[in-house]
Design a protein around this ligand. Structure first.
Ligand SMILES: [Zn+2]
Length: 118
């Protein structure tokens, strides 16, 4: 894999920044189950115990769940990408094993596949 070390470093920085942002967003609506692996569980504030409060909590949970799942999926992509940098397999399409175009990686450092396989 012939990614320029300087560019690779920039992509790694971008991934680390994205990871921190995603974790901060997730923490607001979810609690970590296994944070290093990016596993989170949607949580909701304990508003109260009477029926009206519980309805609010359930509604909040229903609103947060899809957001949490999207963030968690993205976070896992980022964590996997960082792991690939460590292993030296970063930038290889998971589908066809070809190198992913560097411009695509710059636009989306956590991309798992090349443009053709996307
Ligand atoms: Zn591919």
């Amino acid at each position: 894999m012939a990614i320029d070390p300087k560019i690779l470093n920039e992509l790694k920085e971008a991934l680390l920044k994205e990871k921190a942002e995603l974790e901060a967003d997730l923490k607001r609506i979810a609690k970590p189950v296994d944070a290093p692996r990016g596993d989170y569980e949607t949580s909701f504030d304990e508003v109260g115990t009477d029926r009206e409060d519980n309805t609010t909590e359930v509604e909040e949970y229903a609103d947060n769940l899809p957001v949490e799942m999207t963030l968690e999926k993205k976070l896992k992509d980022v964590i996997d990408a960082l792991g690939k940098i460590e292993k030296g397999t970063y930038g290889i399409c998971e589908n066809c094993n070809q190198e992913i175009d560097i411009e695509r990686l710059k636009a989306n450092p956590s991309a798992r596949t090349c443009i053709k396989c996307n």
